[in-house]
Write a protein that binds this ligand. Structure first.
Ligand SMILES: *[C@@H]1O[C@H](CO)[C@@H](O)[C@H](O)[C@H]1NC(C)=O
Ligand SMILES: *[C@@H]1O[C@H](CO)[C@@H](O)[C@H](O)[C@H]1NC(C)=O
Ligand SMILES: *[C@@H]1O[C@H](CO)[C@@H](O)[C@H](O)[C@H]1NC(C)=O
Ligand SMILES: *[C@@H]1O[C@H](CO)[C@@H](O)[C@H](O)[C@H]1NC(C)=O
Ligand SMILES: *[C@@H]1O[C@H](CO)[C@@H](O)[C@H](O)[C@H]1NC(C)=O
Ligand SMILES: *[C@@H]1O[C@H](CO)[C@@H](O)[C@H](O)[C@H]1NC(C)=O
Ligand SMILES: *[C@@H]1O[C@H](CO)[C@@H](O)[C@H](O)[C@H]1NC(C)=O
Length: 570
């Protein structure tokens, strides 16, 4: 980043953008923006047709212009927090100079299926300039690139206390592209239920941070909220309560909503473990259901339960389930996640079709199970994603197309790419948003002392600085970094429900957004500085709050008003 301004002035001035663009210069000229400003989109004729009801490029641009309008005029804030107390920080309201035109230039036709790319298949780069005289030009090769550029544009503006919106950063010159192609959040919809409106608000906030994937961990042991129309009993009996489900049309609505913003929404059915909720409708398919009280021998958290591994009714069930679900998600995504985490060998001692916990017995059965699932996923034109255990713990042979989602360590990333697989990162010691809430288990009086002060397994809470310190390429040899597609933050929901969702995710997820978009290292190859990032992140937090997201504060206004006086350098 090259700043035109001397650094002392910059300390008090918010330079706004999050995540940081690859290249960014700005000045200090004030430009106002009028609600009737003309936006001219020059697309390319015959933009690629998008299959199966997915939004077309023109709809993506229309929606982006509308969002930009809302963000600049309604969802902005008066930036008093970012200027010295009692200072006269607002621009004069007389003799206003205005943005004169906004030109959106798309230089190529969108590729077919622009809203459901395989990782890296859609160019998200863009250029944005705001001249001192008020001409705005945003250009990109794809509609999604323009979406990213407009998102950046909105972050240049502040609200004036006497009304109106302005930027004090003209002229602006930005050239930007993402470091990683897969930038996502994994949202657990099973441990607690979240209404569609909550998920849409997460999509908005994700897109605002230039994330491009939302992974719906749609089912798990505790509840099955996902409606499968040809198997209505699954959600009817497996949801926590009959109304706490996602209908087929709601799932489609979520995927479409994401597609409009360049956030590809894909679904996971975690299996063969984490499937206890199937027991409520299909008890014969599940082994070790809700073993009590020594559940911890048979699963990671109650209720235990796993799909039987050697029962022909299970593949028949899965065939029917995926035949229903996959064609419905396919118009909006190129991926399907078949789960595979935390498989517990002991549970198969209680599986009447196996009665063994011997790895040599279980592994071939598991291989067959995963192969069947992946064949069906591929037949539907989708690419499978699995949790790391399938590859690293069980040593299964996976197709070279399979993306492996790691979570346990940096070594897991290195091992995955060493085997030639594409990897997603999300080390739980950095990018698990649920950690540090303390235990949700209730300890008996005899056991309690041994657990005091009841920390959870991944305590402490990972604050944004920890999330920001995480480098997805840590420990990955230079010849394999291309196999690290990116990563996801994880919003597991044992202790998260609609009441605290926003503050569990925001603004901490922003830290990962910047690592994934801008890279963990700065232009000099050094770790990024918290001192530089912190006020920008606070600015982003104000924007999230202004747009209706209940994001937590980063620090007190004193730190922001007083530039860098909350730093500590020894
Ligand atoms: C929009 O842009 C195109 C191409 O740059 C130009 O030919 C056209 O005159 C512009 N339209 C308006 C209304 O400015
Ligand atoms: C686009 O996606 C559809 C499924 O929605 C698929 O049938 C088609 O082959 C894809 N086209 C390309 C060019 O990827
Ligand atoms: C799987 O089931 C078949 C018949 O149902 C049985 O012959 C076989 O021994 C079982 N395999 C294992 C590993 O238990
Ligand atoms: C299998 O079960 C036996 C008896 O419960 C136990 O001693 C052994 O450690 C288990 N093996 C594995 C691989 O879990
Ligand atoms: C940079 O960050 C990494 C973690 O991503 C850490 O291991 C390393 O010690 C940091 N380097 C310096 C110089 O602080
Ligand atoms: C990277 O280099 C190592 C050691 O030189 C080698 O063993 C490995 O196969 C290489 N990996 C790739 C993906 O080229
Ligand atoms: C810090 O706060 C004091 C007292 O409000 C103020 O006078 C001073 O200008 C501030 N410093 C900066 C760098 O904003």
């Amino acid at each position: 980043m090259r700043l035109l301004l001397p650094a002392t002035l910059c300390a008090a001035l918010v330079s706004a953008l999050w995540p940081l663009p690859s290249s960014y210069t700005h000045g200090d000229t004030v430009l106002w923006i009028d609600k009737n400003v003309k936006v001219n989109y020059s697309g390319v004729k015959s933009s690629g047709y998008q299959s199966g009801g997915a939004p077309q490029g023109s709809q993506i641009i229309q929606a982006a212009i509308q969002r930009t309008h809302d963000a600049v005029f309604s969802k902005t804030f008066v930036p008093w927090k970012f200027h010295p107390r009692n200072s006269d920080y607002e621009p004069s309201t007389s003799g206003k100079k205005y943005i004169s035109s906004i030109e959106l230039k798309q230089t190529k036709p969108d590729p077919v299926n622009v809203t459901k790319p395989l990782d890296g298949a859609v160019d998200e780069s863009y250029k944005l300039s705001v001249s001192e005289s008020g001409e705005v030009i945003c250009s990109a090769a794809t509609s999604i690139g323009l979406v990213r550029g407009l998102t950046t544009f909105t972050q240049l503006f502040f609200k004036h206390s006497q009304g109106g919106s302005y930027t004090n950063l003209a002229p602006v010159d930005i050239s930007d592209s993402p470091k990683f192609v897969h930038r996502g959040m994994n949202m657990d919809l099973s441990r607690n239920y979240f209404p569609v409106s909550d998920i849409k608000r997460q999509i908005d906030a994700l897109a605002f941070n230039k994330f491009n994937r939302l992974h719906l961990h749609a089912t798990d042991a505790q509840s099955w909220p996902l409606d499968i129309p040809s198997m209505p009993e699954l959600a009817a009996k497996g949801a926590y309560e009959s109304s706490l489900t996602y209908t087929a049309s709601q799932l489609k609505e979520l995927q479409y909503y994401g597609a409009l913003q360049g956030v590809e929404v894909y679904v996971e059915i975690d299996m063969p473990g984490h499937t206890s909720a199937i027991w409520f409708s299909h008890p014969d398919l599940i082994a070790a259901f809700n073993v009590q009280p020594d559940w911890d021998t048979y699963c990671a958290e109650p209720p235990c339960g796993t799909l039987k591994l050697n029962d022909s009714a299970v593949p028949a069930f899965l065939e029917k389930l995926l035949d229903d679900l996959l064609p419905r998600v396919r118009p909006y995504t190129s991926y399907f996640h078949t789960g595979g985490d935390e498989l517990n060998a002991q549970a198969y001692l209680l599986d009447d079709t196996v009665k063994s916990n011997d790895t040599d017995v279980l592994t071939p059965l598991l291989q067959k199970f995963v192969d069947r699932n992946h064949d069906q996923v591929r037949k539907m034109g989708l690419t499978p994603i699995v949790w790391e255990e399938m590859l690293l713990q069980w040593g299964l042979k996976l197709g070279s197309d399979v993306v492996v989602q790691t979570w346990q360590s940096d070594e897991a990333v290195a091992q995955t790419v060493a085997k030639g697989h594409k990897a997603l990162v999300g080390n739980y010691e950095y990018w698990y948003l649920d950690c540090g809430q303390g235990q949700w288990l209730d300890f008996t009086p005899d056991a309690a002392a041994g657990y005091w002060p009841y920390q959870d397994y991944c305590s402490p809470r990972h604050n944004w600085r920890v999330m920001y310190d995480y480098d997805p390429l840590e420990g990955v040899p230079a010849n394999s970094t291309h196999l690290v597609l990116g990563g996801e933050v994880h919003a597991w929901a044992e202790q998260t429900d609609p009441v605290n969702l926003d503050k569990m995710v925001w603004p901490r997820a922003c830290a990962a957004a910047e690592v994934l978009w801008s890279g963990a290292k700065d232009a000099h190859g050094q770790n990024r500085s918290q001192v530089e990032a912190s006020p920008r992140l606070s600015d982003m937090r104000e924007r999230l709050v202004a747009s209706g997201v209940g994001a937590e504060p980063i620090q007190m206004p004193f730190c922001l008003q007083n530039g860098t006086q909350c730093r500590l350098d020894h």
